[in-house]
Design a protein around this ligand. Structure first.
Ligand code: ATP
Ligand code: MG
Length: 608
């Protein structure tokens, strides 16, 4: 069946509309209030609070096309099936229908001649095999069989393949995945279980059934609200439907290859991989910039920078002609303009942000590549007449890679790529060791300055900061020691605090936390700062976000009762803090809400 990407999006949404689903818009690639991931990475991600029981304003049956970024797949880009930017077609039941309907509808959409009309002969299905914690998912298998799927086309797989859970605890359950045998002229093998590792079986859709809650003690208890979350990759299904071998052969990428004058048919495997990295990374970058991110050296900005710089290096290695980058940006925008009209409005900004990064990187890249060539020559002994010839097999070191990173901004992947292209092996562990050494030095330096994560050190912020430590201590007292800080952010107005906890706090718990904090404020406790070796701090049970375990000095803040010596709070922290809690003011929790699966978020204020 020949079908366009837009027709596929519409078919999917229309199908689920006909099953009484409400179509919701794609959320931004930048998660709203969710520190647990840098980018929206699945259709389910923005819906987590609703899958956990919050009421969704659009009802209990939802469907959409969601933009996603999957950084975990960066290394796989270049194969036939992985991209970093994907559109996920998804449908959800929030405590409404469950396995039977979900599977029936997946089957109908895939095989009905009104929809995708895929031949059952080429489809394989996997279900959860069961283990000591959770039963084999016979229910799903039975539904598939009742629809005409042959038993031997159903594979039973363990948790590693067919089980979903977001974190350590919380909602979880089995999933059932649908695979298509790529049309290479051969019929699909009869037995799916035995052949499932064959690359020609491509996963196209995944139905997840949230039916248990995993408790802190590891026990699974049935959930009251059972939910369904499904995700189908647009690029893969488009390739399958049009009889193409790879997502990179579809109309979503073809205009980009055309404008680059690259033909995958005649290129070497290595060139194809590089070219796919170029088109994939630029497509992802266009969408990321479209959602308001700019290149920088941290978090989202760093991922964006890494995608762009990697694409630029590949572009150079492929000798792409002048203005290749502008040309592909244009193709991405026009290819997606119908489905994402905002891209057109934002295109001017997208061009200027990406081209500015190119300009910035160009001269560095030039110098870095020269430096790299110099290093290679040294290691291979070529042109190093005044030096003793290096021993045979001399290789680039982790230090070389780190210097390239430090001076020229070459990410590890890039240096590795260049090294491999020059026939050199290079050890990632060595690079990481250099990286850690450097981090340690800079951390010691910043601890010397007593700087924490707070951008501004106004009086109000300092008071809120100490209040946050008290709240952390109170939460652990009221909710238990399973509470761990996951992030915090303080502005003049409020403190925002994310922490691990598997359910909503009750009004009584909130009141108790407020009462404890206000009591500690009234007691005018002393706040003491100390610098000590981290081992010692650990022995004192200091808590907080401290990361790696270096035998180096750390800064600890302790809030304690001078009269009794009782310690209320002891945290690893850069400060600054008030000296006495009495000056904090009155503490109040304004809001307690789900932040992401297993993570709660509190917003609290203080008043004089
Ligand atoms: P795979 O094991 O093939 O990487 P996955 O298990 O990571 O897939 P899911 O997380 O179940 O995939 O995502 C649901 C669907 O999204 C998949 O069935 C597939 O169609 C699509 N998909 C997932 N990752 C990618 C990717 N990197 N590029 C293109 N499509 C993808
Ligand atoms: Mg994957």
């Amino acid at each position: 069946m020949k079908i366009t990407a837009q027709q596929l999006r519409e078919k999917y949404l229309n199908f689920f509309k006909s099953k009484n689903h409400t179509i919701i818009p794609s959320a931004s690639l930048v998660p709203e209030n969710d520190p647990s991931a840098l980018f929206t990475n699945s259709g389910m991600f923005p819906l987590v609070p609703f899958l956990l029981g919050e009421k969704h304003p659009a009802g209990k049956r939802l469907a959409n096309v969601q933009k996603c970024i999957r950084t975990v797949d960066i290394e796989n880009v270049g194969d036939d099936t992985h991209c970093t930017f994907i559109e996920m077609l998804g449908n959800w039941s929030l405590g409404d229908y469950f396995k039977e309907d979900a599977i029936k509808w997946s089957f109908e959409f895939l095989t009905s001649s009104d929809y995708l009309n895929l031949s059952l002969d080429r489809l394989g299905f996997s279900v959860f095999a069961g283990d000591k914690d959770a039963p084999r998912d016979e229910e799903s298998a039975e539904v598939w069989e009742s629809l005409g799927v042959k038993a031997e086309r159903i594979a039973y797989l363990p948790k590693g393949d067919n089980w979903w859970i977001a974190g350590q605890t919380g909602p979880c359950g089995p999933d059932t995945e649908m695979f298509y045998w790529i049309d290479d002229g051969t019929p699909a093998p009869d037995n799916f279980q035995k052949t499932k590792d064959d690359k020609r079986w491509v996963e196209i859709w995944n139905d997840v059934f949230m039916q248990f809650e995993k408790q802190a003690d590891g026990k699974l208890v049935p959930l009251k609200q059972k939910s369904v979350d499904t995700g189908m990759g647009l690029d893969r299904v488009l390739a399958v439907l049009n009889g193409q071998k790879s997502v990179y052969d579809t109309e979503l990428f073809d205009p980009m290859f055309q404008v680059l004058e690259l033909d995958q048919e005649v290129m070497s495997n290595d060139e194809v991989r590089k070219a796919r990295i170029v088109v994939d990374h630029i497509r992802a970058a266009v969408f990321i910039v479209g959602d308001g991110v700019e290149p920088s050296n941290k978090d989202r900005g760093y991922i964006l920078r890494r995608l762009l710089r990697r694409a630029m290096v590949m572009g150079r290695l492929l000798n792409l002609k002048h203005h290749w980058l502008d040309a592909i940006i244009g193709k991405v925008v026009t290819t997606y303009a119908e489905a994402y009209q905002d891209l057109l409005d934002k295109s001017e900004n997208i061009y200027s942000v990406i081209l500015a990064e190119q300009k910035k990187f160009e001269s560095t890249l030039e110098k870095g590549l020269k430096e790299f060539e110099k290093l290679i020559k040294q290691h291979s002994g070529v042109g190093a007449g005044f030096k003793p010839a290096p021993t045979e097999g001399s290789q680039l070191t982790g230090k070389d890679a780190f210097d390239l990173y430090q001076t020229y901004g070459f990410p590890w992947e890039l240096t590795e790529e260049l090294a491999v292209a020059s026939g050199q092996k290079i050890k990632k562990t060595e690079f990481e060791a250099e990286f850690k050494k450097h981090q340690e030095l800079s951390r010691t330096a910043s601890i010397g300055q007593f700087k924490g994560g707070l951008a501004s050190h106004s009086d109000k912020i300092v008071r809120l900061h100490t209040a946050t430590h008290l709240m952390n201590a109170a939460l652990r007292k009221v909710l238990g020691e399973n509470v761990w800080q996951k992030g915090s952010n303080i502005t003049e107005e409020r403190t925002r605090f994310d922490f691990t906890h598997d359910r909503k706090m009750t009004p009584a718990e909130i009141a108790e936390v407020e009462m404890l904090v206000n009591q500690w404020i009234k007691m005018d406790l002393k706040v003491k700062k100390e610098i000590m070796p981290s081992d010692e701090a650990r022995k004192l049970n200091a808590i907080g976000v401290f990361g790696e375990k270096y035998a180096q000095d750390v800064c600890i803040y302790t809030v304690y009762d001078e009269k009794t010596g009782e310690v209320i709070s002891r945290e690893f922290c850069g400060g600054p803090h008030v000296e006495h809690t009495g000056i904090i003011g009155k503490f109040k929790i304004q809001k307690e809400e789900a932040s992401s699966s297993g993570i709660r978020r509190i917003k609290a204020i203080i008043s004089n």
